[in-house]
Design a protein. Structure first.
Length: 490
């Protein structure tokens, strides 16, 4: 005869069996048996610190008003410890949208920077004869304010998304406001002297947060020098490469790559032009410079721009471009890292095209959960999804990060990395804050965070030799970080 105790025992066993079966699917499960005793102890501290800022029974600061809680989160013990954590790589960050606000404001103090109140645009004029009608030097405008700091404060407000826009607008309305930043400052950010400074600042902010590999999204063209002469494609790439080499003198383990971007709104002709420039560049550049470019992407707001399908012919024709160098055919190794699924609309099928074309990583992938067959493909092909938690929140794709689709997909074994997309226009630097929000909203533990950090390296486009070298560096830094956690006062 079956007793009540037998039924309860059977129920308990079934629950445990189901839980174990589910755990086998989680994206970080492969690390479970490899965690050291010190890591297991550190995890207890890690979870305790996480719950100080993200406790669903009291207050989870990562799911409430970003503008109200950002500073508090950045001042937390959890932020301080995650900031020191080694991070394998950042896969998704735009070269001219990741600057420190103070750096940009400082740039406007250069006498070559002007502003037009009529056009609401900043421009650089390197010589007096170049100045266009309606533009005033920013430094002269500062003189009209009783306190120049007031000018800078107003400028600071105009450089970032604000609370009213984020929480009282639709996603498309937020995007329109967001796009004005790029339009307003494009001319200034593309002046080579300032471009170099902004990209260096981007790299420095991530190095400071212990990131080993950075892969920047970069749209080529329209950069210019002191004589207002446009830089060639090679000059542009050389400029970025020189910044990297300068930083590697003091940070020898730092690696950076460029993922070139074509703008969908500019059509196929624009995309083909970039591919032609890549091909020409790869034919004539030296080997070290060639290795800088490792990927290609298509950008623009997904809901209001042409679909990837319209560019499929160009993408397929130029996949892994083959060039002739020294009489021999060489494959450039350009891979696709396509923005896709940054939308709620199930009728958009960019993800289907991206995966069919052979994208190696997916930018955002917010919409992926709608398509079970694609989830299966992503797992089988080991495609990493570049998740940008704060970007998805602030651009209106999810109001509550607990409901972010990737928080479900990681339980099904989808691999992710964490990036920050456009932090300069969101009011912060680097990527640590994105880790904070992901950990707090998705209740990530140390095993999960380690897996994400390793994914940043393992799914990067650096050479296999570099990966082996950097993995040793990562492991050493990780062990030092674990020791740091264990030494924290109770």
């Amino acid at each position: 005869m079956t007793t009540k105790a037998d039924m309860i025992k059977k129920h308990t066993e079934m629950v445990e069996k189901l839980k174990r079966a589910d755990d086998l699917h989680r994206f970080s499960h492969d690390l479970e048996g490899s965690l050291s005793e010190d890591e297991k102890k550190a995890n207890l501290v890690f979870v305790k610190l996480r719950e100080e800022i993200a406790n669903n029974e009291t207050l989870n600061q990562t799911i409430h008003n970003y503008f109200e809680y950002k500073d508090r989160l950045q001042a937390s013990k959890f932020y301080a410890i995650l900031d020191k954590m080694p991070k394998g790589g950042v896969h998704h960050i735009h070269s001219l949208a990741a600057h420190c606000l103070d750096v940009f404001i400082d740039i406007t103090k250069d006498d070559r920077v002007y502003f037009s109140d009529k056009f609401k645009k900043f421009k650089v004029f390197t010589k007096a004869e170049f100045v266009e009608e309606g533009y005033q030097r920013c430094n002269d405008m500062r003189k009209f304010f009783s306190d120049p700091q007031h000018f800078d404060d107003k400028l600071r407000e105009s450089l970032v998304l604000n609370e009213k826009t984020v929480y009282n607008s639709s996603s498309s309305e937020i995007w329109k406001s967001f796009q004005t930043f790029f339009d307003q400052f494009a001319n200034v950010t593309k002046f080579a002297t300032f471009t170099r400074r902004l990209i260096r600042n981007l790299f420095e902010s991530l190095i400071k947060q212990n990131v080993l590999v950075v892969e920047i999204r970069h749209t080529p063209g329209m950069y210019y020098d002191d004589d207002m002469k446009h830089l060639s494609f090679k000059e542009e790439m050389t400029m970025i490469h020189e910044v990297i080499l300068e930083l590697q003198k003091s940070h020898p383990h730092f690696r950076a790559k460029v993922i070139l971007c074509g703008m969908k709104m500019l059509g196929n002709q624009h995309i083909e032009k970039i591919f032609a420039e890549i091909n020409q560049f790869m034919t004539g550049a030296d080997e070290q410079l060639k290795q800088l470019i490792t990927g290609f992407d298509l950008v623009d707001e997904e809901d209001f721009s042409p679909q990837i399908q319209e560019f499929a012919k160009s993408l397929i024709a130029n996949q892994k471009l083959t060039i002739v160098s020294c009489g021999k055919e060489q494959n450039t190794g350009i891979q696709f890292m396509l923005h896709s699924g940054e939308t709620h609309d199930r009728n958009y099928r960019n993800l289907h095209d991206a995966i069919a074309i052979g994208t190696k990583r997916i930018g955002h992938g917010f919409q992926l959960f709608l398509f079970p067959e694609l989830v299966k493909e992503v797992k089988e092909r080991q495609i990493c999804v570049e998740v940008c938690p704060l970007s998805n929140h602030l651009l209106g794709h999810t109001r509550d990060l607990r409901s972010h689709p990737l928080s479900y997909l990681i339980n099904q074994g989808v691999q992710i990395s964490i990036s920050s997309d456009d932090p300069g226009y969101f009011g912060y630097e680097g990527v640590t804050l994105d880790y904070i929000y992901a950990a707090g909203a998705w209740m990530l533990d140390l095993q999960d965070i380690k897996k994400i950090s390793l994914n940043g390296l393992n799914f990067s486009t650096v050479s296999s030799e570099d990966k082996l070298e950097l993995l040793k560096v990562f492991n050493q830094k990780w062990n030092e970080w674990i020791k740091l956690i264990l030494e924290l006062p109770n």
